[in-house]
Design a binder for this molecule. Structure first.
Ligand code: FES
Length: 169
């Protein structure tokens, strides 16, 4: 008779452990997959968003452009609306500036300060920026407005993600 006999108790323990483990894995795998799925999904990087602004309608005077896109935040998808101030500079280059003030994040607008109609103005703490987005010295903002990378497609303006500039006043 073999010394390695398996008792009835051991046989039941092995069998139940095996079956239980198999069932647990079957239940857990879909849950784990669901939990990490958005992390594994490849993001469409470097996207440019279409704005409603026609390239031919861009003038020397900055104009406000609102544009919307779907933003995926892991499991949650939401509609986001961004704004840009867009104009053509003296060399006919298109410039698209972020409206987010570099002081505390309020929204700046073009020409709303009567005393400085040719500048961007932030009403929160009277921050001012030149037309090219450079912060005016002596006002609260400490950096120039961010700039959107842009593309032209089918006659429309497409904007990427606004980026900070290195040049300061
Ligand atoms: S938030 Fe714009 S000046 Fe303070």
């Amino acid at each position: 008779m073999s010394k390695h006999r398996v008792s009835r108790r051991q046989f039941l323990t092995y069998t139940l452990t095996g079956v239980g483990g198999f069932m647990a894995a079957g239940m857990l795998m879909p849950m784990v997959r669901f939990a990490i799925d958005p992390v594994l999904t490849a993001e469409a990087g470097g996207d440019f968003i279409a704005t409603p602004l026609k390239i031919s309608d861009i003038k020397a005077e900055p104009q406000r452009v609102d544009f919307s896109f779907e933003q995926k935040d892991a499991w949650y998808t939401s509609e986001v609306t961004n704004t840009a101030w867009v104009y053509k500079d003296d060399q006919d280059n298109i410039i698209a500036l972020s409206p987010v003030c570099k002081h505390l994040g309020c929204t700046v607008a073009w020409g709303t300060d009567k005393e400085h109609p040719e500048q961007f103005f932030c009403p929160c703490h009277f921050g001012r920026y030149e037309k090219d987005g450079t912060n005016v010295k002596g006002t609260p903002p400490i950096a120039p407005l961010d700039v959107y990378p842009l593309q032209e497609k089918d006659g429309l303006l497409y904007l990427g993600k606004a980026e900070p500039r290195t040049k300061e006043a």
